[in-house]
Design a protein. Structure first.
Length: 114
């Protein structure tokens, strides 16, 4: 049986869960009860593939730690002009790589709301 990734919504443990008396299992979260929408008539391998499929988060998404501090930022594949400018400014002012990276990620545009 395929291994399931943690829940993309709450990070909870995913598992196969029975959806009816005579139906196979679906993949879902034991914590928030999110589950795959795929057909209950498919096999667990299919359900695992559906559950483990993830859409890429939008550029600029900020992930925060328990203290509310930004722990990670989804950056574009190619840096924006503003990001490059921030990195060059940091470099010109003697920042180490971590400082340059911090300035560039801080300049990452916020995700757009479709």
């Amino acid at each position: 049986m395929s291994e399931l990734l943690p829940c993309p919504f709450c990070g909870g443990k995913a598992e196969f869960c029975k959806v009816g008396v005579n139906y196979p299992f679906k993949a879902g979260c034991a914590n928030c009860e999110a589950f795959t929408k795929g057909s209950a008539f498919e096999n667990n391998e299919y359900n695992a593939q559906c559950w483990n499929r993830r859409a890429a988060p939008p550029t600029g998404t900020r992930y925060r730690d328990e203290a509310g501090e930004v722990a990670a930022v989804v950056v574009p594949a190619e840096p924006t002009e503003r990001m490059v400018d921030a990195g060059e400014y940091a470099q010109e002012h003697g920042c180490y790589v971590s400082g340059i990276w911090a300035d560039m990620t801080a300049a990452t545009p916020e995700p757009s709301n479709p």
